[in-house]
Ligand binder design. Structure first.
Ligand code: 3PG
Ligand code: MG
Length: 392
């Protein structure tokens, strides 16, 4: 992947337009409940200010209708939080596409939710050209939105005078490239979560390159079915067993492996208070729900992670939100933390598990991307990255 980086561009006195991903979760009163993405976007902003640029930042927030800005669409809470973190006021500019606002070198403004502009989602070239006229340099630092071809993530990169990747975008691409491009072996991937169908192309792509593929959650149940094992009433996708078997075959043809659980933790109902029973995987009863991997499986996977050179983690291996079924995911999280392997993790559930088990400091790279992280794992070229590469 070759693209121009922000630190290679002369910014003094330039008008710089930063597309960030400030799409943060909010509560009913629109208070920000997690500002990780805002904090991750600060280095680009600080770099541009320090270099003497006039800085404009924008982002989408949610999935609004184009043409209006409802109160819940507004980046106002984000402007306030950036201002607080930078220690200076950050004015929020409305109706900004055709200019009519001022920002001087050394100043920063936030441009209201770019997804409210007509033409944004359609990647409209006319809209992109108007936005290109606002700036001398376009910076895409929005890795979390890099899988979307929208006017601020794609067309603008093609039409701006100069287009480059910000430090967050570059760090994400470097980390993912390191994990999948030239990994230290063995390369172990963990893919958990509910559904095979949403992750089948990721599993197929990873089956071509990883040494061990650990599956968890509903995905693992589908693999148990494919291996001819009983799963009772567990969440699984019976129509996906052929695909699961194809992944098993592709892996074994390469001398690689998908470790199948030897024991599991079951319950008769899906609830936090359900009675957990640990049993060998062959003994799963007709009325059982598999809600976690068992301790023998967890220990052997932990040992495997201890031997890994590189670990890519997306998705929990059990219902970790319920204490009785959290052991498998906790054991793997701690094993990743302790491993000498270089580790990368991403996706909403995964980041929640990482913070729940307190291992964030010991994971080498935690992606800010959800869908973008998954699409990269699928081996797809992200449209925003493709546009930056075209300009390099
Ligand atoms: C995300 O939250 O994954 C990104 O900000 C992308 O948001 P989107 O799925 O609404 O495009
Ligand atoms: Mg929202």
């Amino acid at each position: 992947m070759h693209f121009r980086r922000l630190n290679e561009v002369d910014l003094a006195g330039k008008r710089v337009f930063i597309r960030a991903d400030l799409n943060v979760p909010q509560d009913d009163a629109l208070r920000i409940t997690d500002d990780t993405r805002i904090r991750a976007s600060l280095p680009a902003i600080e770099h541009c200010l320090g270099a003497g640029a006039a800085v404009m930042i924008t982002s989408h927030l949610g999935r609004p209708k184009e043409g209006v800005v409802r109160p819940e669409d507004s980046l106002a809470p984000v402007a306030e939080r950036i201002g607080h973190l930078l220690g200076r006021p950050v004015p929020l500019v409305q109706d900004w596409v055709d200019g009519g606002f001022e920002v001087h070198p050394g100043e920063v403004v936030l441009l209201e939710n770019c997804r409210c502009n007509v033409g944004e989602k359609a990647d409209d070239a006319g809209l992109a050209k108007r936005m290109a006229a606002l700036c001398d340099v376009y910076v895409n630092d929005a890795f979390g939105t890099a899988h979307r071809a929208e006017a601020t993530t794609h067309a603008l990169a093609l039409h701006a005078a100069v287009a480059c990747a910000g430090p967050l975008m570059a760090a994400e691409l470097d980390a993912l490239g390191r994990a999948l491009g030239s990994p230290r072996r063995p390369l172990v991937a963990i893919v958990g979560g509910a559904k095979v169908s949403t992750k089948v192309s990721i599993l197929q792509a990873l089956a071509e390159r990883v040494d061990q593929l650990i599956v968890g959650g509903g995905i693992a149940n589908t693999f148990l079915l494919a291996a001819g094992l009983p799963i009772g009433r567990s969440l699984a996708e019976r129509e996906m067993t052929d695909q699961a078997r194809a992944v098993l075959d592709a892996m074994s043809a390469r001398g690689a492996a998908v470790p199948i659980p030897v024991d599991v933790v079951c319950a008769k109902e899906f609830s936090a208070g359900a009675e957990p029973t640990t049993k060998p995987v062959e003994e799963v009863a007709e009325d059982d729900l598999i809600l976690d991997i068992g301790p023998r499986t967890a220990a052997s996977l932990a040992a495997l992670l201890g031997q890994a050179g590189t670990i890519v983690w997306n998705g929990p291996v059990g219902v970790f939100e319920f204490d009785a079924f959290a052991n498998g995911t906790r054991t793997l999280a701690e094993a990743i933390a302790q491993s000498d392997a270089w580790s990368i993790a991403g996706g909403g559930d995964t980041v929640a598990a990482i913070s729940r088990f307190g291992v964030a400091e010991r994971i080498d790279y935690i992606s800010t991307g959800g869908g973008a992280f998954l699409e990269f794992l699928e081996g797809r070229t992200l449209p925003a990255v493709a546009a930056l590469m075209k300009r390099a």
